[in-house]
Design a protein. Sequence first.
Length: 116
Amino acid sequence: QVQPVESGGGLVQAGGSLRLSCVASGGSFNINVNVMGWYRQAPGKQRERVAIITGGGRTNYADSVKGRFTISRDNAKRTVYLQMNNLKPEDTAAYYCNTPNENLLWGQGTQVTVSS
């Protein structure tokens, strides 16, 4: 099974920015043609999806991040990104990538911590 690898998290002050990266390969899985999503899970809360991108580049966002986060993909690098701007303390969570059907193994995630 394919397990994504997420990176790019860190500690930032409110109003700051981070760019997360997701790579996933193995078997017949081709990240370039699959719909991919970014998810996050804060302590004590359920995992929520924050953004998705289709193979053709169409995007959709959760209301809580709309206008601040941008999901994109670089097919040459087989990577999906999440650009996060104007970060808020409530964005603090572990961030993961997966397909909308969640049919990949969950990776280790990358921790984003936003201080006020």
